[in-house]
Each structure stands twice: as C-alpha cells, then as structure tokens.
Design a protein around this ligand. Sequence first.
Ligand code: ZN
Length: 101
Amino acid sequence: MGRGGYNGEGVLTDPDVEGSSIMLVIFGIRVSEDVLGVVRYVCETCGQEGAHQVLRRRRRFTLFFVPLFSVGTTYVDVCTWCARSRELSQQQAELATRELR
Ligand SMILES: [Zn+2]
C-alpha cells in the first residue's frame, strides 16, 4: 500500500560545456506513505472519538527517477475527522500499531 509522488525535482547542467557534450542530471525527492495502522481514540483537537491513521513517510533521494537511498523517515498520526496531524517517534508508532498485527 502506498502513494507516491515527486516534489522537488531538479535539473543540473554543467555550465562549462564545450562543444556538444552536455551533462544532464535529473534528481529529486520521492515521498511515499504507508499506513501502518488505524487507532481509535478521542482527538484532542476536534473532540471526536475517531479513527487516527498512523502513517510512515519515507523520503528517498532519486536520480533519474530511481530511488537510491533514504533521506529521512517520519511517523505521523492523522485524525480522520479534522485532519490534524502530529509527528510521532518510531517507538510511538510501533507501540500504537503493535496490537493490530
Ligand atoms: Zn480530530
């Protein structure tokens, strides 16, 4: 399960090109989201006892659209009622979804 997309793409060209040799590098950051689980509790923002999605967001550096390495993973908890999101530590995300597996 996952959604992906590009945000922040760039093109580098060598300014000191001679003749027809042009170096072209296409790079970017791809962010993918995985839903680790859904937990129910009363949201402190909207007061609803609603479902909260625990998401893992992975940012990966891509070169020519090929993901090469991870540049950071964050865990967030998103309320499905009011869409407030809160960052979690990896440990909190694992604890929240442990009993679901
Ligand atoms: Zn809420």
